[in-house]
Design a protein around this ligand. Structure first.
Ligand code: TXA
Ligand code: MG
Length: 315
């Protein structure tokens, strides 16, 4: 396993944060920790900077990016808020919730960020490093997960270095991401309906409680979040789900009583399992065994988001 000797990895202290802000203002790419995963950030108001994100990730340009802002006031400059959006923001920001809202005409975002959609995906992250950089740049920052498109997301700085190599100008090391799984994406429809486009740390029931209505059912809108294509989070080896034990050539990712080669949570705690999921997939990918097996995990709460990511890793 590669250590943290990579010279582009830098501590997320005051000097590191200042260096990151300076690079971002100049239109460069910086990888930053958030509470979900590491993001690959660029200023969202400049097309060349945003285009560099797509290039570095090898990401199809029809797949729009999440824009990060320091607070709801900054968010309101970019999107049209209604009462529901205010309520969600009030309850869950800063935090792992991304809202898809109507884009304001005067938002000033680079067209590449939204890939031509009339909506924008916004989030106020709950991480002191990301928030400090947002405040210091005073810019909205586009930031997808800091990995090559389709690969396993990064929950450690070294994952970013391994996946993006020298395609990123600076990686701020803020340690392991606490949540470990990308934000829940909720789309608030102009008619009053809403949908979860990507399951994440905030469960659908929690959203329904705050909004007072159930989500729209039926997948009528198809793959609106194109990042939700089937093959994603792929570790580069076959993945077998719901394993009870490992075959001789498999690296087993365990949970609870089934320890495996790496245990997502010996206590059977799903939040801990989410936090460790991507690191486990990276370990499994780096092991000398050609195949990966994962035991069954409960699908309640954040277990639904874990199951979603594992299905895509196995697709
Ligand atoms: O936790 C997270 O959300 C992380 C951290 C870095 O903040 N970011 C992240 O970004 O996961 P990314 O780019 O990997 O995922 C963006 C997702 C994609 O599935 C994309 O299709 C969807 O958001 N998306 C972005 N803008 C959208 C829009 N206007 N309408 C629908 N989906 C949108
Ligand atoms: Mg991603």
């Amino acid at each position: 396993m590669t250590g943290n000797s990579d010279r582009r990895i830098r501590a997320a202290d005051e000097a590191g944060i200042a260096a990151a802000a300076k690079l971002l203002r100049a239109g460069k790419l910086v990888a930053l920790p958030t509470e979900t995963v590491y993001g690959l950030a660029a200023r969202a108001d400049r097309d060349a900077a945003v285009t560099a994100i797509y290039r570095a990730k090898g990401r199809p340009d029809f797949n729009p990016l999440i824009v990060h802002v320091p607070d709801v006031i900054a968010a309101e400059r970019l999107a049209v808020f209604d009462e529901r959006a205010w309520r969600l923001a009030d309850a869950l920001w800063p935090g792992p919730l991304t809202m898809v809202l109507p884009l304001r005409d005067d938002a000033g975002l680079a067209p590449a960020v939204t890939a031509g959609l009339p909506t924008v995906a916004l989030r106020v992250p709950a991480h002191p490093v990301m928030l400090a950089v947002l405040k210091e740049t005073a810019l909205p920052l586009a930031a997808p997960s800091a990995n090559r498109s389709g690969a396993v997301s990064p929950s450690l700085a070294m994952h970013v270095a391994q996946s993006l190599g020298d395609r990123v100008d600076l990686i701020l090391d803020g340690g392991a991401c606490e949540r470990g799984i990308e934000s829940t994406i909720v789309a608030l429809r102009p008619g009053g309906g809403w949908q979860v486009l990507r399951p994440g740390p905030i469960g659908v029931n929690g959203l329904a409680d705050i909004l007072g209505t159930r989500p729209e059912t039926g997948g009528g809108r198809g793959i609106e979040a194109p990042g939700q294509l089937a093959s994603h989070y792929a570790p580069g080896k076959p993945v077998r789900l719901e394993a009870e034990q490992a075959e001789p050539d498999e690296y087993l990712i365990g949970f609870g009583a089934i320890a495996g080669d790496i245990n997502l949570s010996a206590e059977g705690d799903l939040a801990e399992a989410a936090a460790r999921l991507y690191a486990a997939l990276h370990e499994a990918a780096a092991s000398d065994r050609p195949r990966i097996a994962v035991v069954r995990l409960p699908e309640d709460g954040i277990g639904a988001a874990i199951a979603d990511r594992l299905r895509r890793a196995a697709a």
